[in-house]
Design a protein around this ligand. Structure first.
Ligand SMILES: [Zn+2]
Length: 327
């Protein structure tokens, strides 16, 4: 078996242009104009590279934003590009049999499949596929789901030696990251990683994590945080109501707070808020031991706290007019 690390660049019609009004037989998010791939063998050594340019058939004009990002010029595509079916034939021949695709993110494989469908080509050979970002997050302390390739490279001290936003360049850098992961384990645990991603947890939890839980359907951020420091703020050991101190905002809609159980002492609560398609707020909560490193980081933060950082949920006060009058 071989791993094929895949990256593609695709063209999109300029909003409002005649191309954007075209109705295609299959809906596509973009028309593929470049495929880059790197083969890694089972022992996780980088073996071989592939790159091809594709002349677009449906969105013939190169979106200037795409052109600027990828450095691909329309004239070059016309000169060097081959048709999509021809590119796929060459690509599949290069891939060989018994392959597993790895991509950085969820987009590439979906767009590949849409394009295959649009051209009436087989899709089943793309079946075995993993998002390497999920494996990376599961095996590192991935704090956000959409980690840029550049950030992941920095975390592994990989130097960029190829151009970014070039299909082969990105595939090559992704392959270097993949070579440093435990791919077998990552694939075996992929289902669990996906589920925790769906629940808003990204990456391995820090040591000392006691509990992770998801809460749904809060009207807004304030209501979500109020519940987290109120009725849902229960001791992970005895279940009694804990007292919170103050929420500190962290990047990525995350907040942390040190809560206290009268019986069991302090726990660090970390929450991440995300807005659902129906506008309600979902909370992903992690509870840590107070002796954990994460909790100590909170304590240091709280010590030198700038009051601006603290989020004080406004208490709902009864308005004067609601106050029952003494008779
Ligand atoms: Zn307790």
């Amino acid at each position: 078996m071989n791993y094929i690390v895949l990256d593609m660049e695709w063209n999109q019609p300029w909003p409002g242009s005649p191309s954007s009004k075209k109705v295609l037989p299959v809906n596509i998010r973009g028309e593929i104009i470049q495929i880059g791939a790197v083969r890694i063998n089972e022992e996780q050594f980088v073996e071989d590279e592939f790159q091809i340019m594709i002349k677009p058939k449906y969105y013939r004009h190169l979106n200037r934003r795409v052109s600027k990002l990828t450095g691909i010029k329309e004239a070059k595509l016309r000169e060097e590009g081959v048709s999509f079916p021809e590119a796929i034939e060459l690509f599949r021949r290069w891939c060989g049999e018994d392959i597993v695709f790895l991509t950085w993110g969820f987009d590439d494989i979906g767009i590949l499949r849409e394009n295959l469908r649009l051209f009436g080509l087989e899709e089943d050979w793309t079946e075995r596929w993993f998002n390497a970002q999920m494996i990376f997050n599961a095996q590192t302390d991935g704090s956000t789901s959409q980690k840029a390739l550049k950030t992941a490279m920095e975390m592994f001290s990989i130097e960029a030696t190829r151009p970014a936003h070039d299909a082969l360049g990105d595939a090559y850098h992704t392959a270097l990251i993949c070579a440093m992961l435990n791919l077998k384990q990552g694939m075996a645990e992929y289902g669990a990683a996906l589920k925790s991603h769906d629940n808003g947890f990204h990456g391995a939890e820090l040591p000392g994590c006691l509990d992770r839980k998801v809460f749904y359907d809060y009207a807004d951020k304030r209501a979500a945080l109020a519940a987290m420091s109120g009725e849902e703020n229960l001791c992970p050991l005895c279940g009694s109501r804990m007292l919170g101190s103050r929420w500190f905002a962290q990047p990525g809609h995350r907040y942390m707070d040190l809560a206290t159980c009268p019986e069991h002492g302090k726990f660090l609560i970390r929450v991440r808020l995300s807005t659902q398609p129906d506008e309600t707020v979902r909370v992903s909560r992690l509870t840590y031991e107070a002796t954990s490193e994460a909790a100590q980081a909170y304590a240091r933060r709280a010590e030198k706290a700038d009051p601006e950082d603290a989020v004080r949920p406004r208490r709902r006060r009864r308005r004067r007019s609601e106050t029952p009058k003494a008779e």
